[in-house]
Design a protein. Sequence first.
Length: 412
Amino acid sequence: MIALSAENACESADIPLSRLDVSAPKRFKDDTVWPCFARLRREDPVHYCEDSPYGPYWSITKYRDIIAVDSNHTIFSSERSVTIVDPPEEYWTPSFIKMSPPVHAQQRKTISPIAASENLANLEGLIRSRVQKILDGLPRNDTFNWVDRVSIELTTQMLATLFDFPFQDRRLLTYWSDVAALTPQMGDQIDSWEKRKVVLSECLDYFTRLWSERVNCEPRGDLISMMAHSPATRNMEPREFLGNLILLIVGGNDTTRNSISGGVLFMSQNPSELRKLRDDASLLPGAVSEIIRYQTPIAHMRRTAVDDFTIGHKQIRRGDKVVMWYISGNRDDEIIANPNSFIIDRDNVRQHLSFGFGIHRCVGRHLAELQLKILWEEMLKRSLEVKVVGEPERVESNFVHGYSALPVQIPG
């Protein structure tokens, strides 16, 4: 269920299309962006916004158009940025998601074994034991923040394992992820690009020490060792190393943790779907996919046109900023029946855009699904009743679609 006030719906309808800017982070924090996307899909699915805080940009809001852009890396390049934001040049960092073939493929191949099926099989027991410990340690009959106690803790433990990062310092990964994923803005603790750079320089210094240790040891199975020993990544400049660290930290942390939080919220809002799952555990893989679709933890990805191109009868010019709103494509009723409803046993449940398409499709998607699957298996095994007892607090971001708090109680 999407809660929309009449005021929000009218506000979207009253804005002239030429002035409709769906990128305002406050719309995502307030959960009022939905009527804006519904209007664009209906009236102007390839929409040009001439004036926004991020400069002019195109919004791609329909499922098929998003796939057309995401799959065409020769015309739509990720090299400048993968977000709507253009960071100042002195704060820009390269990473393999911002690269084109063949360098992109070489660097992606370096870290891809971490999410290979064999490695996931090796990780499954560790993930399960951690989930069990986290769930069994949760308070009963007291309100607590599910985001912090479960979503962040589970994913940060996993991230520390993937990097072989000192476990006692693992919450640094959460902090760096939050700083890296959000655009500096007035009123926030990180209110300037320079402050962001200072924090991420601390991240780079920490990981450089780990790199220095591992480059002189035998290759191991963690991400730092993989990069230190691969010809494609071992000679990275510090800025490129930092860029790839940010990519891996945000990709391995924010996306999974927000689907973990969203899943509890959606099941609370849709008790009939939770009953279905409790009655038939074979529906769990589909439930995981539906959670990821319905949450869409990365709201958008951005490309830059390297040549003129026509899509949806609109002429995109070379140099134009093109934003693929995954969060909108996942609600496209031409592809997904009843898209605004949370239905765990829907047909073609894996047919969603949350992991992207083409050469930049999320490398860790199967690990994300595995963590969600194990969490829900253990919750079902315990008949754990998680009651949402307050409104979720959402992140003020048009990129990471997530939560900072979800108050819950577990009856004792």
